[in-house]
Design a protein around this ligand. Structure first.
Ligand SMILES: NC(=O)c1ccc[n+]([C@@H]2O[C@H](COP(=O)([O-])OP(=O)(O)OC[C@H]3O[C@@H](n4cnc5c(N)ncnc54)[C@H](OP(=O)(O)O)[C@@H]3O)[C@@H](O)[C@H]2O)c1
Length: 336
């Protein structure tokens, strides 16, 4: 019997703390916590821990895994590693999984490996499907707005991917509000409505609250927040320096040490004290806080260990905030 056949997912997975929200007005349900594979699942990362995190996530009801063509170091390696794990361990659970990928940032050299052109998006999804050894993804995103490509062309490519059966749903990420509005209109006209907007959201990054969230609600589009822990800053890990192996310590990561100013760390310390009074870790409070906006369908966490994932799932045990707590958090958060 192969190792893959020995892995039997925990049958209690849908009785854990993870519950599901409808994604906007669509019929798609997403776990409140989704797992993102931007960091920690590439060829430079610990493959055993990556496997353990994916199994732990699924065993605890996290059905949604978020990828992009360029995730992992090197680019593409997160999709390749995820594809191998899927094939070896989760193949029989494919219909229980929501797998998303994206194209829009730099992926390969030359004029066709970046942006929002039809040429790039269609080729990129083909490559992603091959790397993940899949016939289709559940959600395909335009990863960012490209001002140099007509939006009708970008949206047309997304719609065609759905019509060809290579994606079940489409989404957009990081679009400015006016372009998101146009995208929603075009996708609806094409018969492939946008189900989801993916945007950066944490108590240190609240820009989307003003326009993007109300627009999503108005248009019946779901919202999924990325980097809800501000890449780990919203935890107690940087309160006493930069631990070895943390994201800020890595030369290839996206969190830079210069972002961790003494002023920011002082505010993080105060937020940590508020979390302690609630009986939560700061990471748990930061995740729970995202749901104070009813438009939020899910948040995508990135984790480097099973222990972090466990900690994060437990955030869902207390999503209630008093007005006083929300006010205090608002005073300390807001910017990085
Ligand atoms: N659409 C886009 O443009 C876009 C952009 C960025 C991200 N995303 C998506 O969002 C996902 C999440 O982004 P992110 O990785 O920046 O999210 P994040 O959850 O804000 O940060 C993840 C990092 O936080 C730390 N962490 C997580 N749980 C912790 C805990 N319980 N206690 C202490 N530290 C904890 C870990 O840092 P250490 O590694 O230091 O342990 C982990 O690597 C990505 O994987 C990707 O799917 C999308």
């Amino acid at each position: 019997m192969s190792h893959s056949e020995k892995y039997i997912a925990n049958n209690d997975r849908y009785n854990s703390a993870v519950s599901y929200n409808y994604c906007g007005k669509s019929g798609l349900k997403l776990p409140k916590i989704s797992l993102g594979l931007w960091h920690n699942f590439g060829d430079v990362d610990d493959a055993d821990e990556a496997l353990s995190m994916i199994k732990y996530a699924f065993d605890n009801g996290i059905t949604h895994f978020d990828l992009a063509n360029n995730y992992g170091t090197p680019y593409g390696s997160a999709e390749k590693n995820f594809g191998r794990i899927l094939k070896e361990h989760l193949r029989k659970y494919r219909d229980e999984l929501i797998i998303s990928t994206k194209a829009g940032h730099e992926m390969w050299p030359g004029p066709y490996g970046d942006g929002g052109a039809r040429k790039y998006l269609i080729a990129s999804l083909e490559q992603s499907l091959k790397r993940m050894q899949l016939d289709y993804v559940d959600i395909f995103y335009s990863h960012r707005y490209d001002p140099n490509t007509p939006i009708e062309e970008t949206m047309g490519a997304l719609s065609d991917m759905v019509k060809q059966g290579k994606a079940l749903y489409v989404g957009i990420s990081k679009y400015p509000e006016d372009k998101a509005r146009e995208a929603y209109q075009i996708l609806r006209k094409n018969g492939t409505p946008c189900v989801i907007y993916q945007g950066k959201y944490s108590l240190l990054s609240r820009e989307i609250e003003q326009e993007v969230l109300p627009l999503a609600a108005e248009q019946g589009v779901g919202f999924i927040g990325f980097s809800p822990l501000a890449q780990g800053v919203l935890s107690d890990k940087y309160l006493n320096g930069i631990p070895e192996n943390s994201r800020a310590a890595h030369s290839y990561g996206f969190l830079q040490q210069k972002q961790l100013t003494p002023e920011l760390i002082e505010r993080i310390g105060k937020l940590n004290s508020i979390a302690a009074l609630r009986g939560q870790t700061l990471a748990q409070m930061a995740l729970a806080w995202c749901f104070h906006r009813k438009e939020v369908s899910s948040v995508i966490v990135g984790t480097s260990s099973v222990k972090q994932l466990q900690d994060n799932i437990d955030a869902l045990k207390n999503l209630q905030f008093s007005d006083e707590e929300l006010w205090q958090i608002g005073e300390l958060g807001g910017r990085m």
